[in-house]
Design a protein around this ligand. Structure first.
Ligand code: ATP
Ligand code: MG
Length: 423
């Protein structure tokens, strides 16, 4: 079906684009395929930010992409994506346009209506909402794999309007099926279609809404905010490893302080870390160190010194863990329970759990400057990172043994590090 996008002429200077991504798009175009930049890179380019990565959406099927690029690897068993590999480990992801099978199945009527009423953004949005309205009360969680679609279908399956834009490099134009350009101008996070339904389809989007709003300093429209509150319990239905990964993304975003606060405000923090929210509620006046630690994390991330995931989680959970260590009659058992919850809800790997435990346990020794025996341990650097965060949070000077270089500086973490190395 034909749905016309709004086209914005927008010549983004080549020097702001990734040259490898440009060459991939050009080669796809030369072979007769549609190929656009999509998602986060278009959003960030239009906001004047430096994109983290440059993803490409194309009409070419994965095998066609592979035929065009020698440096291509197909990944994914059911829905195949092409990864084009470049020097320094850079990967450009090329995905064939796809659609939500559920959405397509339930929407043939309203989408026909949409093809007639295409002109205003509001009408497009209404059509997208109508396409989901009959799905109230159903189990909407997306479990099946996606199927191929056209550019319009590919845009509307995405999460937020600001993430649903295409950039056509060849013609220097932004292709907008979802009202994303207007929302970028208004600086708001809005789901594509009805917020409650989109969150029920994939509750991880609630965490993503928190990330975009806090990282970009955007507002959330009231409908989306209310749906985040109403649908937060759905997070229990998300795959635990995705919950962990998107929670870590909040902590690594450079806006961890605002993200954790918003997550608390929306009621999501209690879904992720019940022990932490219980602590915050019991200690309304004593919780400032947590917030200061999160500010310290943001400052450190902005300097390009990303702490490991274990340090980030330990910094988040320090007070509830210390409370157990200091007050519980059977601290081991209670801590076990605390971590058990995280293992169940977020698939927290055992290695990470052990490391968090260790680095929290030795904080007292570091406080007393008792480094002997610790320096050889593999968790030493993480323990010191946590200690440093705590000093920054307290506003006290770093002890001489940190500032004098007893701890060698660990190199900034590269984004391509494997998951196992992050712990
Ligand atoms: P970042 O700059 O943090 O990477 P991003 O928007 O690029 O942000 P990615 O996780 O890299 O986020 O995803 C790329 C794109 O895929 C998004 O911009 C969005 O269009 C789409 N997307 C990602 N996750 C979802 C989801 N859960 N539901 C729908 N669309 C999604
Ligand atoms: Mg991205």
């Amino acid at each position: 079906m034909q749905v016309d996008p709004t086209i914005y002429r927008e010549k983004i200077p080549f020097k702001r684009l990734d040259l490898d991504a440009v060459s991939v798009v050009k080669r796809l175009n030369r072979a007769g395929h549609i190929a656009y930049l999509v998602g986060g890179s278009v959003r960030d380019l239009l906001l004047g930010r430096k994109p983290k990565d440059f993803d490409i959406a194309t009409s070419a099927r994965p095998t066609e992409v592979r035929r065009l690029f020698r440096n291509c690897r197909l990944i994914g068993r059911r829905f195949r994506l092409a990864h084009i590999l470049f020097a320094n480990g850079k990967i450009i992801e090329v995905a064939t346009f796809r659609r939500n099978p559920e959405e397509g199945d339930a929407t043939s009527e309203p989408t026909r209506h949409a093809s007639r009423a295409v002109n205003s953004t509001r009408e497009k949005r209404r059509a997208a909402d109508a396409s989901q309205v009959n799905r109230d009360g159903q189990d909407l969680l997306i479990r099946r794999d996606n199927t191929y679609g056209d550019p319009h279908e590919d845009a509307v399956r995405r999460d937020f309007t600001i993430n649903g834009l295409f950039y056509d490099i060849q013609n220097g134009q932004v292709i907008d099926y979802v009202g994303g350009v207007q929302d970028l101008r208004k600086r708001v996070v809005r789901t594509i279609g009805r917020a409650d339904l989109r969150f029920r389809e994939d509750p991880i989007r609630i965490l993503r809404a928190i990330k975009f709003c806090t990282q970009l300093d955007f507002g959330i429209i009231p409908e989306v905010y209310d749906a985040m509150v109403d649908q937060r319990l759905e997070l229990r239905r998300s795959a635990p490893p995705r919950l962990l990964e998107d929670t870590m993304r909040l902590l690594r975003s450079g806006a961890a302080h605002r993200a954790v606060y918003l997550a608390w405000d929306v009621g999501v923090l209690g879904m992720l870390f019940p022990d932490l929210t219980a602590f915050l509620e019991d200690n309304a006046f004593g919780d400032h160190l947590l917030w200061n630690r999160l500010i310290a994390i943001d400052n450190i991330c902005q300097e390009g010194r990303l702490p490991s995931d274990s340090v980030l989680l330990a910094a988040l959970l320090l007070e509830p863990i210390q409370e157990v260590l200091q007050t519980a009659s059977e601290p081991d058992r209670i801590l076990q329970e605390l971590f058990e919850n995280l293992t169940r809800s977020m698939a927290l790997p055992r290695r990470m759990k052990d490391r968090i435990n260790r680095i929290v346990m030795v904080q007292n020794l570091l406080q007393q400057g008792k480094l002997r025996g610790l320096m050889q341990r593999d968790f030493y650097f993480d323990a010191v990172s946590l200690f440093e965060l705590q000093c920054l949070a307290r506003g006290v000077e770093l002890p001489e043994w940190i500032s004098s270089g007893a701890v060698s500086e660990r190199p900034a973490r590269s984004r391509s590090r494997r998951k196992s190395e992050r712990q």
